[in-house]
Design a protein around this ligand. Structure first.
Ligand code: PMP
Length: 433
């Protein structure tokens, strides 16, 4: 039998770190990354034939679970008609219409292939539309890997403890201002000092790349009112949260707080149903600044690919209110059990949760986790033993404490029970770390 170790050894010889995306490496938890060969419902199967309950969900897209029959059927039907035409085709508008029907502010939509491309394009669009240069981002938020957005980024950049990335020029870095999340006075100061030059503030609707860090009440509205007052755009990055978090409707995190809209949104993950699709969306007059109607250039050979559109359409069509109620309820069950197991084992922690997105932070009950500094100050060393005990028991968690856990509509009682029964031993391992 080919083992995970065999595959990893071969991969390391061929690909940097043996992976195509650093978050897949077991850099911070140690050990051999698991090679998966199949996904079905809430389960993944590795190359050695071992089955896991999956709490990564392809890093977000698998809202309905793996290999959902309707999504596979839609993809097969699309494949039968051709893999891509390099022209317009009907499914693009179908997906765009589905997005717009659930996100009031998404008046126009441009499909792209990855979340990185979406945020990069949104920033360029904001600069083009405002004629200003500076972008403001929050430490610990991750907006993909375009040059200007890598400063103090979350996700894999946080896992590896990097301040940013080599290869980003000083000029690019100097056009991004980074401030602490949830820091109202820092935001006010930045606008007081640079208001005339700020093209956009980009923020995760609810940060989930430094672990989950809920916005404090009124923080998103403050971004809205300051950007509006200074002629800057507010970019709401919902690559992770869009069509997943449904606090007040099922259109993503922006619906949580009534009475305002960002100028631009970025979506990804769920809207592609597991295939490479993401989107920039927003107000008509801003979106029309994009080529060919406007002077801001964006293009893509694979943008709006018909097979990806089919997966996205089928996924959103099946993302009903019941689906979200199910995932939210299961998230409550899992977080309650996680908190109980950690408390029983005497592990100081906070559960960081917004809707069905959650993560755990160790040694943080005194401070809470409201920003990246607090997230980084946690007892990260407890996560490796916790993770490996869960893995051994057949539960696949994100291999970093800075990543959110993803449940799906396919996580039924049996799958959840497997998670719950694995938690006490994992909590004890965290206690002994
Ligand atoms: N924005 C956010 C909020 C994300 O979580 C991610 C990916 N995790 C991205 C952007 C980048 O998306 P992609 O990996 O598809 O480039």
């Amino acid at each position: 039998m080919t083992t995970n170790q065999d595959l990893f050894t071969a991969a390391q010889n061929l690909m940097p770190g043996g992976v195509n995306s650093p978050v897949r490496a077991f850099g911070s938890v140690g050990g051999v990354p698991v090679s998966m060969v199949a996904g079905n419902g809430p389960y993944l199967t590795d190359a050695e034939g071992k089955e896991y309950v999956d709490l990564v969900g392809s890093w977000g897209p698998a809202l309905l679970g793996h290999s959902h029959p309707a999504v596979l059927e839609a993809v097969r039907a699309a494949v039968d008609k051709g893999l891509g035409f390099g022209t317009s085709h009907p499914a693009e508008a179908q997906l765009a219409q589905l997005v717009r029907s659930r996100v009031p502010g998404a008046e126009m939509i441009r499909m792209v292939s990855t979340g990185t491309e979406a945020t990069m394009t949104a920033i360029r669009l904001a600069r083009g539309a405002t004629g200003k240069n500076l972008a403001v981002k929050f430490a610990g938020c991750y907006h993909g890997h375009s040059d200007g957005l890598l400063a103090a980024a979350g996700s894999g950049v946080a896992t590896l403890g990097l301040p940013g990335s080599a290869g980003v020029t000083q000029a690019q870095a100097s056009e991004t201002i980074v401030i602490e999340y949830n820091d109202r006075s820092a935001l006010q100061t930045v606008f007081a000092e640079h208001g005339e030059d700020i093209a956009a503030v980009i923020t995760e609707a609810t940060p989930a790349n430094m672990g989950v860090v809920p916005p404090e009440a009124g923080f998103n509205q403050l971004i809205r009112s300051l950007t509006e007052a200074h002629g800057a755009l507010m970019i709401f990055d919902e690559v992770m949260t869009g069509f997943r978090i449904t606090e007040a409707g099922y259109w993503g995190a922006s619906g949580r707080e009534e009475g305002w809209e960002p100028d631009l949104f970025t979506f990804g993950k769920v809207i592609g149903g597991g295939l490479p699709t993401a989107a920039v969306a927003g107000r008509r007059e801003i979106m029309e600044q994009l080529a060919p109607t406007g002077p801001v250039y964006h293009a893509g050979t694979l943008s709006g690919n018909p097979v990806a559109m089919a997966a996205g359409v089928a996924t959103l069509q099946h993302a009903t209110a019941e689906v979200y109620q199910h995932i939210d309820a299961k998230a409550q069950v899992v977080t309650d059990a996680l908190a109980a197991a950690l408390s029983d084992a005497g592990v100081d922690h906070t559960i960081q949760k917004v809707g069905n997105l959650f993560s755990v932070a160790f040694g943080t009950s005194q401070s809470g986790v409201h920003n990246y500094s607090q997230a980084q100050a946690q007892e990260t060393f407890r996560y490796g033993p916790f993770f490996h005990t869960m893995l051994e028991a057949g539960v696949y968690l994100p291999p970093s404490v800075f990543e959110a856990w993803f449940l799906s509509a396919a996580h039924d009682d049996a799958a959840v029970e497997r998670i719950l029964s694995a938690l006490p031993a994992a909590a004890r391992a965290a206690a002994e770390a």
